[in-house]
Write a protein that binds this ligand. Structure first.
Ligand code: ZN
Ligand code: ZN
Length: 192
C-alpha cells in the first residue's frame, strides 16, 4: 500500500492533468526514490528515466529531479525503468516495473477499446493494484546499468555560423570549417 499522502498524490495528478496507470507507475517510482534515496529538495539526487511517458511527470514533480535542473536524464529505451543516484554517498538503484504485477490486466486491456466502459474499468483496476501493492512487489530492483551522470555544467553560447542563432557550444558541429547548429548541420549534410 502506498505511503504517499493523498495530498502528494493529488498534487501530482493536478500537475500531470489526469490520473492514469502510467502516472501511477511514476508515483510509486517517486515513492521508492523518496524512501530509499532521498528528495532532490534536500540532497543532490539524479534520476535517469528510460521512457518519456506519463510516469515521468510524477517522478519530476515528487522527487524534485527535473528536466530543467539537469538532474533528470532521459534515455529513450522505452522501458518502465528508473534509476536514482544520491551524490553524497553514491547510493543508487535501478527499478523496473515488475511485468507480472499487471500482466493479466494488460492482456484484458488489449481486447477492450480505450474509451469503452470496460477499458475505463480496467485502467482504474490497474491504478488500484499499483497503489495497493507494496513497493517491493511493484518493482524489480537492481544496480544501475550506467555510472552516475556528471554534474550539469554551464556551457558557452556561440552563434551558429549559418543561422546566427545562439547555440550551446557543445551542440555545435563543424561542417566545412564552419561551426553549425544541429539544424543547419543536418541541412548542409542533406545538400551534399
Ligand atoms: Zn497520463
Ligand atoms: Zn544554425
Amino acid at each position: 500500500m502506498t505511503k504517499l499522502t493523498p495530498e502528494q498524490i493529488q498534487a501530482a495528478v493536478s500537475f500531470h492533468g489526469h490520473h492514469c496507470p502510467g502516472l501511477t507507475i511514476g508515483l510509486r517510482a517517486a515513492e521508492y526514490c523518496l524512501k530509499e534515496i532521498g528528495s532532490a529538495k534536500d540532497e543532490e539526487i539524479v534520476a535517469v528515466v528510460e521512457n518519456d511517458m506519463c510516469a515521468v511527470d510524477a517522478v519530476q514533480f515528487l522527487t524534485g529531479c527535473t528536466f530543467g535542473k539537469g538532474n533528470f536524464i532521459f534515455r529513450d529505451y522505452g522501458k518502465a525503468a528508473f534509476t536514482f543516484f544520491r551524490r553524497s554517498d553514491g547510493k543508487c538503484a535501478r527499478i523496473i516495473l515488475d511485468p507480472d504485477l499487471c500482466a493479466d490486466l494488460r492482456t484484458r486491456m488489449e481486447g477492450a477499446a480505450r474509451d469503452s466502459e470496460e477499458g475505463k474499468k480496467l485502467r482504474q483496476e490497474m491504478i488500484d493494484r499499483l497503489m495497493d501493492a507494496e513497493l517491493e512487489d511493484v518493482f524489480l530492483v537492481s544496480i544501475p546499468n550506467e555510472p552516475m551522470p556528471q554534474c550539469a555544467r554551464l556551457h558557452k553560447t556561440i552563434p551558429c555560423a549559418q543561422c546566427g542563432e545562439g547555440t550551446m557550444e557543445t551542440r555545435l558541429e563543424e561542417v566545412n570549417g564552419l561551426r553549425l547548429c544541429r539544424v543547419c548541420a543536418s541541412k548542409a549534410a542533406a545538400q551534399k
